[in-house]
Ligand binder design. Structure first.
Ligand code: PGA
Length: 308
């Protein structure tokens, strides 16, 4: 990997060139896929196989605060984030509960953007208990998390509904953190790729463009459990997701789209995960509620630079 820096001395997000990858079909078996990926990876020539990505393709770290916090605890968290020293080449987003977005927007440094944790599927109106994309924009949100496993599996949102939400949010100018990921029984049944590709397809069928989408791969068994995916497990799925984008959308989209990992990321495991070639950042739950630890995770981009 050291050879990469010869070609891209400035870190802007380094990727292999997807155009050099063979096409893999969604039905390709996991082992076939990984073998193919590893073979290509090891046989590539440095001058042809590594590209510097567009300048907007930075490491991306999101903090998903979920349904946690009080005015007081959020005041403390914001103050810790404001005083943290953050690496410059990382896009950072936090996602407070709706009722605290305004407080956070008014007190948090502009260095960090704000995301909502959900949005209504269309224009606002007579939809009791919902929050519209227009309202989120009005209070300064730039992003929304959609398809999170807690909304899929606890609240019961399905692929099509999530796809429509994504399309509407994008049409109104919000960025979308599009979550996908398999349950433990699906992984154990060898269906990890099938599940992820099906969820991706529902987004792909609904959205007109991938320009403002970050994909979050979050295996359900790793969320809030303390059971993080190994760097290899995460990398395998991230590489497969990128290949799916290449085959089903375009090589350009595959190269430009950030694929971030979520599920029990913390200050201790982020550096090893960040070193993986196809891990472009993190979506962090529990550890994002602690300012200094969240800063450590953001700054794990430095281990990516070393790896490159
Ligand atoms: P966790 O949550 O980091 O607490 O596992 C991640 C997420 O749900 O986005």
């Amino acid at each position: 990997m050291a050879m990469v820096s010869t070609y891209c001395p400035q870190f802007t997000g380094l990727r292999r060139s997807c155009s050099k990858l063979e096409t893999s079909s969604p039905s390709q078996s996991f082992s076939q896929h990984v073998t193919c990926h590893l073979r290509l990876f090891s046989s590539r020539k440095p001058s042809r196989s590594v590209v510097a990505m567009a300048s907007n393709n930075k490491f991306f770290v999101g903090g998903n605060w979920k349904c946690n916090g009080t005015k007081d605890s959020i005041t403390k968290l914001v103050s810790d984030l404001n005083s943290a020293k953050l690496e410059a080449d990382v896009d950072v987003v936090v996602s407070p509960p709706f009722v605290y977005i305004d407080q956070v927007k008014n007190s948090l440094t502009d260095r960090i953007e704000i995301s909502a944790q959900n949005s209504w599927v269309g224009k606002g109106g007579a939809f009791t208990g919902e929050i519209s994309v227009e309202q989120l924009k009005d209070i300064g949100c730039k992003w929304v998390i959609l398809g999170h496993s807690e909304r899929r599996h606890v609240i019961g949102e399905d692929d099509q509904f999530i796809g429509k939400k994504a399309a509407y949010a994008l049409s109104e100018g919000l960025g979308v953190i599009a979550c996908i990921g398999e349950k433990l029984e699906e992984r154990e049944a060898g269906k990890t790729f099938d599940v992820c590709f099906e969820q991706l397809k529902a987004f792909a069928d609904a959205v007109p463009s991938w320009e403002n989408i970050v994909i979050a791969y979050e295996p359900v068994w790793a969320i809030g459990t303390g059971k993080v995916a190994t760097p290899q497990q995460a990398q395998e799925v991230h590489a497969a997701v990128r290949d799916w984008l290449k085959s089903n959308i375009s090589p350009e989209v595959a190269s430009a789209t950030r694929i971030i990992y979520g599920g029990s990321v913390n200050g201790g495991n982020c550096a090893e995960l960040a070193k993986q070639e196809d891990i472009d950042g993190f979506l962090v739950g529990g550890a994002s509620l602690k300012g200094p630890e969240f800063a450590t995770i953001i700054n794990s981009v430095t281990s990516k630079k070393v790896a490159a």
